[in-house]
Design a protein around this ligand. Structure first.
Ligand code: ATP
Length: 306
């Protein structure tokens, strides 16, 4: 089976700060680093490192960054046939990380905004029954709705990580098989200060399963049957940027390999713990060998029932 990630790809520029600047204030960063990123690309790479087949559908510019994106994906073994090359600069994000490891992000999204999948992307021809379609919040809600509708018509599963939240997701919740949200997203979408109560509201709005990520506290799975809490290992967090993408991509990859959510989530949490204990976003992600090493003997290794 294949994980089709439909989303964005960009160049991330990361600044290390003691603290975030106040409005109107200029501060000097302790250092900076550049890496390719974007939630679509990050999640595609994380999924591919579980050993499953991944194709990324994303818009990039006809420029050096776009070329670097295509080369990087190919090096990760990700199918690049879904890349749409547009006559504009490839999207960029500025990520600030403070001394406590907290992050704040600003993005320019021209390519993502012009991208209108599934139209003209080849997703229609690529989707097969049993595949998974994974989308994030970088694309317009109409694109998510149209891609998920197509996936449903093909018998493919749908996973939504609605980050960043830009619009109402109410129209796509009934088309979503698995919703992955962090604490803030759960509270905002579910309209409740308690993330678990908020997730229960989202279940009532038509999603059969919600994973709520809770930072150092791990993550919970909620369905109509109840809730399971999965703790995260205690690690010294150096940089939490990208932790959500890493968890989401690994989770999708393992589901595609046949694991259940309850089996895949603890592995995704362990993978995310490795990521937060190292600096950077993509550069902090565990390698294929590191993910292999944290897989249980079964069911995720070698595939089991979904
Ligand atoms: P980000 O926006 O920083 O990428 P997020 O806000 O989307 O992340 P979080 O809930 O903060 O999502 O983190 C995702 C997962 O990463 C958590 O469920 C947890 O498994 C892991 N994680 C995050 N922070 C820590 C930490 N300090 N220690 C261990 N694991 C962590």
């Amino acid at each position: 089976m294949t994980v089709h990630v439909v989303g964005n790809a960009c160049l991330d520029t990361l600044y290390r700060l003691q603290r975030f600047p106040e409005p109107g204030e200029t501060i000097v960063a302790d250092g900076m680093a550049e890496d390719l990123g974007g939630k679509g690309l990050n999640q595609a790479v994380a999924a591919a490192r579980t050993g499953t087949r991944v194709r990324l559908f994303a818009a990039i510019g006809i420029d050096a960054v776009g070329e670097a994106v295509a080369e990087r994906l190919a090096a990760e073994g990700i199918d690049t046939a879904g890349l749409a090359w547009l006559d504009c600069p490839t999207d960029r994000s500025m990520i600030q990380v403070d001394a406590a490891g907290e992050n704040a992000i600003v993005s320019v999204t021209t390519c993502a905004d012009r991208f209108a999948p599934p139209r003209g992307t080849g997703l229609d021809a690529a989707l097969r029954a049993g595949d998974l379609l994974l989308m994030q919040g970088n694309l317009r809600i109409a694109a998510v709705r149209d891609c998920f509708t197509l996936a449903r018509s093909r018998g493919a599963g749908t996973i939504l990580n609605p980050s960043p939240i830009r619009e109402s997701y109410a129209p796509v919740l009934p088309l979503t098989d698995l919703l992955v949200v962090n604490r803030g997203e759960a509270c905002r979408l579910g309209g409740d200060a308690d993330p678990h109560r908020a997730a229960q509201t989202l279940l009532r709005r038509g999603v059969p399963m919600v994973v709520v990520t809770l930072g150092a506290a791990g993550a919970s799975v909620l369905t109509a049957e109840g809730r399971t809490d999965h703790p995260a290992p205690a690690v010294a967090a150096v940089d939490t940027a990208g932790a959500g993408d890493l968890l989401c991509g690994v989770l999708a990859g393992l589901l595609d390999r046949g694991a259940s959510v309850e089996d895949a989530l603890p592995v995704a949490i362990r993978a995310a713990a490795i990521g937060v204990s190292r600096p950077g976003v993509l550069s902090s992600f565990p390698s294929r060998a590191e993910i292999d090493a944290i897989l249980p003997a079964s069911p995720a290794r070698g595939g089991a029932t979904r």
